[in-house]
Design a binder for this molecule. Structure first.
Ligand SMILES: C[S@@+](CC[C@H](N)C(=O)[O-])C[C@H]1O[C@@H](n2cnc3c(N)ncnc32)[C@H](O)[C@@H]1O
Length: 243
């Protein structure tokens, strides 16, 4: 299957449109079915060494509930985490922020295009950037630029995306069985067609030997990509993380 990127309906609907609200709730169930929060949490827990404060950024974070589910899996090992949820839609509600607080995490949402934010933020380099069901929105050319920007902003990057292969495409056509609406059913098929297989993201990551890369199938339907800055890699003082 060749990679094919096409517009998704959820991206085009107003945030408060009932079909969009319903589709975001479907997405929570789809994420649970795919086991994506566990996939990302395991990548982060594999990190050697223990740090008391960490900074995380979630790109295309949606309503923040995916990151919250990752946070629940990282507790109690990770406390005092500062998480930034970046999405072009400002849809993280107060309850979700409060739930982060109960885990001793601080959360803030930023309504911005991720390219603009990564290019212009004046914030220091963070420990991890994560992305879930997000990278597949972009063409290879745009992804190359996105990954270049991420590599300049983080010591680690973990992404979980649809796995592009016939069984996942077939499964995506059966989401009506979970009660998913027409928006979710359309976007699920489009997401698998735009998903990833083999070392496609590794090939787009800026390759200068400073990064350790791992890209593989995860579970039945997911594709995981993890990039970690090697301990020996030089980090410019302006980019050094605090923590
Ligand atoms: C399929 S949803 C995934 C949301 C979340 N990661 C999850 O797993 O529930 C993709 C999200 O990416 C956001 N998005 C798409 N393109 C974006 C861009 N260029 N900058 C910021 N957010 C974007 C959409 O608003 C949407 O919330």
């Amino acid at each position: 299957m060749n990679r094919c990127v096409e517009p998704e309906l959820l991206d085009e609907l107003p945030a408060q449109d009932p079909r969009a609200l319903r589709s975001r709730s479907d997405l929570r169930r789809v994420n649970a079915l795919m086991g994506n929060a566990g996939v990302i949490a395991r990548a982060l827990l594999d990190e050697p060494g223990v740090r008391s404060t960490r900074q995380l950024v979630d790109l295309g974070a949606g309503d923040g509930t995916f990151m919250l589910n990752v946070a629940k899996r990282l507790r109690p090992a990770w406390t005092n985490v500062e998480v930034t949820l970046v999405d072009r839609r400002d849809i993280v509600n107060a309850r979700t922020h409060r739930e982060f607080e109960t885990l001793t995490w601080s959360s803030r949402s930023v309504a911005a295009d991720v390219f603009d934010w990564l290019e212009h933020t004046t914030e220091q380099r963070v420990d991890w950037v994560i992305a879930n069901l997000f990278l597949h929105h972009f063409s290879d050319a745009a992804l190359g630029r996105l990954l270049q920007l991420v590599s300049g902003r983080a010591n680690g990057f973990a992404a979980c995306e649809p796995r592009r292969y016939p069984a996942a495409l077939r499964a995506s056509r059966w989401l009506w069985l979970l009660g998913c609406n027409q928006v979710t059913r359309h976007d699920a098929v489009a997401s698998v067609r735009a998903g990833f297989a083999g070392p496609e993201l590794s090939a787009l990551w800026p390759g200068n030997g400073d990064w350790q890369l791992c890209e593989e199938a995860a579970g039945l339907f997911s594709h995981r990509f993890v990039a970690r800055l090697r301990a020996s890699a030089p980090v410019t003082p302006a980019q050094a993380s605090h923590g």
